[in-house]
Design a protein around this ligand. Structure first.
Ligand code: KIV
Length: 273
């Protein structure tokens, strides 16, 4: 862990937009660090992007720890934020402390992220008092997808927008060093950014946030779920992977692989067969 990275991140509001991306294992962590992003999120989106679930709800603490340790091995200088999975903080402040502590001690997290507004402020206060940097997450909170009635844009009417602004203020007051806002109208994203003094990192929240976050597999085009409107795909890893495996299968079937450069010979021997 590199001390103070979360506080450095907080202090960078208002300069160049901050860049965060998810990572779930050693190669995705290395890609993020080599690209020089400002923060890596071990998101509970691992459940959908990597584990094949249809939501983030089945993801467990043990799975988050497993993926966090792999990401930690791939990062030297980049802030690593780890998501607290469903039911690891909702039940009690004690649970929140114990589980956030495990993500730091056993998973190597520099900071944790949890979903929710004013309703989870007491948990955030307790974590911050214990010395754990916390990133908030409001707007579309995927762990509440069943309560929200699906993956829908949030904060569209004036009452809902004003509740989100109140939540953002309350999370800043509780001690969050940054805030993710997901799937809200662009103007509201900008308004939240002007309302709080901590960085507001948007995903589907428009161009005027203090930074952006995307799911690694979405931006790589390695996702098998329909992509939301806010995703920009920078590559076609799914297509490239299937094509590479197709070529390998064809080489094996046509006996083009292994070729002479891929096989071993005895000292005096020649290729037989
Ligand atoms: O789990 C995740 O990837 C997230 C981002 C969508 C912000 O929480």
């Amino acid at each position: 862990m590199v001390e103070g990275l979360a506080m450095e991140f907080r202090n960078r509001k208002g300069s160049v937009p901050l860049v965060m991306v998810t990572a779930y294992d050693y190669p995705t962590a290395r890609a993020a660090e080599d690209a020089g992003v400002d923060a890596v999120l071990v998101g509970d989106s691992v459940g959908m992007a990597v584990l094949g679930h249809t939501s983030t709800i089945p993801v467990t603490m043990e799975e988050m720890l497993h993926h966090s340790r792999a990401v930690r091995r791939g990062l030297e200088k980049t802030l690593m934020v780890v998501d607290m999975p469903f039911l690891s903080y909702q039940v009690s402040v004690e649970d929140a402390l114990r589980n956030a502590g495990r993500l730091m001690q056993e998973g190597g997290a520099d900071a944790v992220k949890l979903e929710g507004g004013a309703a989870v402020a007491d948990r955030i206060e307790a974590l911050v008092r214990a010395g754990i940097p916390v990133m908030g997450h409001i707007g579309l909170t995927p762990q509440s997808v069943h309560q929200l009635g699906g993956y829908k844009v949030q904060g569209k009417d004036p009452d809902a927008a004003s509740r989100l602004l109140d939540d953002a203020r309350r999370l800043e007051e509780a001690g969050c060093f940054a805030l993710v806002v997901e799937c809200i109208p662009e103007g509201l994203g900008a308004q939240i950014g002007r309302t709080v003094s901590i960085p507001v990192i948007g995903i589907g929240a428009g161009a005027y946030c203090d930074g952006q976050v995307l799911v690694m597999h979405d931006l790589l085009g390695w996702s098998y779920h329909p992509a939301p409107k806010f995703v920009k795909r920078y590559a076609d890893f799914a297509g490239a992977a299937a094509e590479a495996v197709r070529q390998y299968a064809s080489d094996v079937r046509e006996r083009r692989f292994p070729a002479v450069e891929h096989v071993y010979f005895p000292e005096s021997g020649e290729r037989v067969g």
